[in-house]
Each structure stands twice: as structure tokens, then as C-alpha cells.
Design a protein around this ligand. Structure first.
Ligand code: ZN
Ligand code: FE
Length: 260
């Protein structure tokens, strides 16, 4: 699953949940952690008979499809629960607000990033060159603005885009193909988007996730990371002629996506 060759690094695999969620399972030796377990059952099934000890649960934000399984997993495994202090998370034992560095026994260190926009306390977790970003950054897309402003989300995305190009992006949903259809509507002449559409279709036809992506691929194909590209600005201005700044372009593209 992972391109990392660092023997110290943990392995990562997706546990599909609900219709299109991924709960990411991190493991090294007999230690495991999960990111955003919206449902306990598929996680229990993955852990059963594996010999793995669930050391930690990382929660990016409060939506039920990301934290709904926490209570049952804590009851069964006693894992520590990391998540946003600013949101209501069941069983939260390590409240975080971003800027911290956390240590998970056996799995190493994670930088905690505050990425408000989808929700007001949304966090992302960065371990080396692996980013677990919940519903902030998706394959070729970004989360809806339920609680934050366009300026907050644009700033959160800009900070993720500033990570090294080979950073692996582990999103919480398989939305890539639908997002790419929108990306192609925004930038019909972008060859990287056309290429990614073909690649994503092939991955899905093989029953594989389109994730992890990389920051480099997102910068080439994700309209929400391309708000300073002339083609994206022009597309935004066809929707909102007053859109001029990068944040206004972002807001126009995000509003268009909502009704696409
Ligand atoms: Zn969400
Ligand atoms: Fe979600």
C-alpha cells in the first residue's frame, strides 16, 4: 500500500466503511492505530485474529462518519483517543488544537495541523511524508464548508499544498472520480486531469482505492489548490465576475462544486 521504504515506518491500509469512507489502519509490529473510525464493526473485523493491539484512535473532526465507532472501540480495546478539543468527540482523551506533536507508542511521532473549514476544529495528522487529512483535502477536491469560511479553508489547503510534493495524502472518502469530473469542467484543457481520470477509472475497475494521492498530484489536478492558475481564475469569473483574490476564486469554485 505504501511507497515508503523506511523500515521504521508503519504500514497503512484502508478499511472501507459505509458507502465511501476509508478508516485508515496504521500498523507496525503488533501496534495499530486507526484514523476516523466512523463504524467500529469493520475495524473490529480487521483487528480480529490479527494479533494487533489498538494503541490509538486519531479523529480529524466530529462528524458521525468519522467518530461513530470510537466509543465501542475504546470499550473493547482501551485505545487513547486523539481529536479536536474544539469539537464534541466521544471518549476524547487527548484534546488537540493544532501545533502539537504527539507520540503513539510503536508508531512514532505525528505533527498535528489545524485545518479549519469543513468544521471549525478540523485537524490533520502528519507522520513523516504521510498526511491523514479527513474531509479537508480529497482526491481532486476538498470538503464542504459546513462550519468555516472560504478564507479559513483556502488557508488550510494552502498550508497542506506547501508540504513536499511526495507527501502521501490519505483522505477519508473515495470521492476522486466525481471530483475529477468537476475538475475537468473547471479546466477542460488540463492534461494532468485527463490522465488522472483514466488512472482513477483503472484503479476503481480493479477494485482499488484511488488513495493515497500525493501533494504533487493534487497541485497538478485539484482545482481547489489551483486558485492562482489563469484557467481556474477564468472559470471562477464566469460564475462570479467579481471574483479576483485567491480566496474569492476559491469561494466561487467551491460554490460551483456544491451544485455541480
Ligand atoms: Zn465530515
Ligand atoms: Fe466525512
Amino acid at each position: 500500500m505504501t511507497a515508503s521504504s523506511d523500515p521504521e515506518a508503519f504500514a497503512v491500509r484502508p478499511i472501507p466503511a459505509f458507502r465511501d469512507n476509508y478508516v485508515w489502519l496504521l500498523r507496525r509490529g503488533d501496534r495499530a492505530a486507526v484514523v476516523d473510525p466512523g463504524d467500529a464493526a469493520p475495524v473490529e473485523a480487521a483487528l480480529a485474529g490479527s494479533g494487533l493491539r489498538l494503541a490509538a484512535i486519531l479523529v480529524t473532526h466530529h462528524h458521525a462518519d468519522h467518530q461513530g465507532g470510537v466509543e465501542r472501540l475504546v470499550a473493547g480495546h482501551g485505545a487513547a483517543v486523539f481529536g479536536p478539543a474544539a469539537e464534541s468527540i466521544t471518549g476524547l482523551s487527548r484534546p488537540l488544537s493544532g501545533g502539537e506533536r504527539i507520540e503513539i507508542a510503536g508508531l512514532g511521532g505525528f505533527a498535528v495541523l489545524a485545518v479549519p473549514g469543513h468544521t471549525r476544529g478540523h485537524l490533520a495528522y502528519l507522520a513523516g511524508r504521510r498526511l491523514f487529512c479527513g474531509d479537508t483535502l480529497f482526491g481532486a477536491g476538498c470538503g464542504r464548508l459546513f462550519e468555516g469560511t472560504p478564507a479559513q479553508m483556502a488557508d488550510s489547503l494552502a498550508r497542506l499544498a506547501a508540504l513536499p510534493d511526495d507527501t502521501e495524502v490519505y483522505c477519508a472518502h473515495e470521492y476522486t472520480e466525481a471530483n475529477l469530473r468537476f475538475a475537468a469542467a473547471v479546466e477542460p484543457d488540463n492534461p494532468a486531469i485527463r490522465r488522472r481520470i483514466a488512472e482513477a477509472a483503472a484503479m476503481r475497475a480493479r477494485g482499488e482505492p484511488t488513495l493515497p494521492s500525493t501533494i504533487g498530484l493534487e497541485k497538478a489536478t485539484n482545482p481547489f489548490l489551483r486558485c492562482d492558475e489563469p484557467a481556474v481564475i477564468a472559470a471562477a469569473q464566469r460564475r462570479d465576475p467579481a471574483a479576483a483574490s485567491a480566496v474569492e476564486v476559491f469561494a466561487a469554485i467551491r460554490a460551483w462544486r456544491n451544485e455541480f
